[in-house]
Design a binder for this molecule. Structure first.
Ligand SMILES: Cc1cc2nc3c(=O)[nH]c(=O)nc-3n(C[C@H](O)[C@H](O)[C@H](O)COP(=O)(O)OP(=O)(O)OC[C@H]3O[C@@H](n4cnc5c(N)ncnc54)[C@H](O)[C@@H]3O)c2cc1C
Length: 449
């Protein structure tokens, strides 16, 4: 292949959609360029494990360049895409412009605070490795600060953790925090009792895991309660401030607040200049191309497409993977047809099933009419998630980590890195200031719990 004359396919985003498109184009007569602002691919389904100190970032992420090493027609550029000129077939990045013959935009989604972006510093969401490390920092720091306060003789109330939104991410965060407070941390503190931690999961709708069948929602709620999570449905959060959550006439002081409620497509969706839905997802054609631009595709979380029953395809990895493979195949066919392409097929999503984990040996799974809960669902979840992790090394490491923590209840990545500021707590506890502050205190020896 002559790289100067070959058809150039540019893929924006090396998430599930982008990577699968690139892999499927590996042997095509095309020059493929992947542009991502990060140098690594993140396996988002396991982010909550990093946020709850079960896994380290490198176990759920892999360098894009090494994933693509053996695909000689694929180049990787680390750069932030800022805009598009679809008429001139040009992508704008922070540093330069890149031209294309075909463009696949797979820039994913982020969290939405429903018009309350000011809540974000007090209630971080979980989308990136950085988010996961920030959540881990806050969760672990809360216990440390409470221990320090209690060790200095002050009475400490049980910690309140509030998770807003009971979709899959909210459920797994609440369940796992409950589990670590009652198991992994239970014997490690001398002045506080982590097992007394109050974990509250707030959901605006009538049930947890609303995308799942009702019996599985009920089972998930029951499994959460067994883990020690208080679940409140039909409860809209009306205000979040540092250390405080307001809902249904209640003002609750909260040591850690986590946001798992809303999703918005990458801002790149709106920059394509075609119609988008309320969440900013691009309304694509049945072949996933943009209206009026047959050589430009939007896939994965960035796109909005309904199935044959008129139901919006969910924002999950299998949709992005299948769409990436579909678009790559379509482009390959058109390159091979040398100017005489057949009519394009329509994308159909093959739903192989849905799985949501809640905690240790707790999960729900829906495979068509077959609904499973508890240990068997958790085993299925474990198998699928390890199978799809990128890289043999990561699969092996995660399997070993899981086996170890299953037997010992240990969470191996309990590191507090970065600042020791905890929104709300630090303001109301002068002694929680970083050690350099003048408020440093003498701590007496620990008394009984
Ligand atoms: C916490 C969490 C848990 C999840 N759990 C599950 C689960 O259990 N099962 C499941 O099926 N799905 C799960 N999902 C959803 C799943 O991860 C997404 O549906 C999937 O990642 C979408 O793939 P994508 O390729 O569209 O986008 P992404 O995988 O998000 O990839 C987007 C890529 O684009 C890059 N990018 C974004 N903007 C720019 C820019 N301007 N310039 C350059 N690069 C850019 C990003 O760096 C990223 O690499 C979860 C998501 C989250 C956040």
């Amino acid at each position: 292949m002559n790289s100067k004359t070959a058809t150039r396919v540019v893929i924006v985003g090396a998430g599930f959609g982008g990577l699968n498109a690139a892999r499927s184009l590996a042997k095509a007569g095309a020059r493929v360029t992947i542009i991502d602002r990060k140098n690594y691919h993140t396996f988002q389904p396991l982010l909550y494990q990093v946020a709850t100190a079960g896994l380290s970032p490198s176990e759920i992420a892999a360098p894009i360049r090494s994933i693509m090493r053996s695909y000689k027609n694929v180049e990787v550029l680390m750069s932030e895409v800022t805009g598009f000129d679809l008429d001139r077939r040009i992508i704008e990045t922070t540093e330069s412009t890149v031209s294309y013959d075909y463009l696949i935009v797979a820039a994913g989604a982020s969290h939405s605070y429903f018009g309350h972006d000011e809540w974000e510093p007090s209630a971080p969401g979980l989308k990136t490795i950085e988010d996961a490390l920030e959540i881990r920092r806050r969760v672990l720091l809360a216990f440390e600060l409470a221990e320090r306060e209690s060790a200095s003789g002050e009475t400490t109330k049980p910690l309140n953790f509030v998770v807003v939104g009971a979709g899959p991410t909210g459920v797994e965060l609440a369940g796992t925090i409950a589990e670590i407070s009652r198991q992994a941390l239970a014997d490690d503190f001398r002045s506080i009792d982590p097992a007394r931690t109050h974990i509250l999961l707030l959901e605006g709708g009538p049930r947890v895991l609303p995308a799942y069948a009702e019996d599985l929602s009920r089972s998930a709620e029951e499994q959460l309660r067994r883990l020690g999570v208080e679940v409140r449905t039909n409860t809209m959060v009306t205000q979040i401030e540092p250390g405080l959550v307001q809902f249904a006439g209640t003002r609750l002081s909260a040591t850690v607040v986590l946001w798992a409620a809303g999703v918005a497509a990458s801002p790149l969706g709106r920059k394509l200049g075609v119609p988008v839905d309320r969440a900013g997802r691009v309304l694509v054609q049945p072949d996933l191309s943009l209206p009026g631009h047959a050589n430009v595709f939007a896939i994965g979380d960035l796109s909005s497409l309904k199935d044959a029953q008129g139901k919006l395809l969910p924002g999950v990895a299998p949709v992005a993977i299948q769409q990436g493979q579909f678009v790559a195949k379509l482009i390959r066919r058109e390159i091979d047809s040398e100017g005489n392409p057949e009519p394009r097929p329509t994308f159909h999503y093959w739903n192989k099933g849905s799985l949501a984990t809640i905690g240790r040996a707790a999960a729900v799974a829906e495979f068509g009419r077959m609904h499973i809960s508890g240990f068997m669902a958790w085993l299925a979840w474990l198998f699928v998630h390890i199978l799809f992790l990128i890289g043999f090394r990561n699969r092996l490491l995660v399997l070993i980590q899981w086996a170890w923590s299953y037997v010992t209840y240990e969470r191996g990545a309990r590191l507090i890195t970065g600042s020791t500021y905890l929104p709300g707590w630090t303001e109301s506890h002068p002694e929680a200031m970083p050690p350099s502050a003048s408020t440093r205190q003498e701590i007496p020896s620990a008394g009984p719990k």
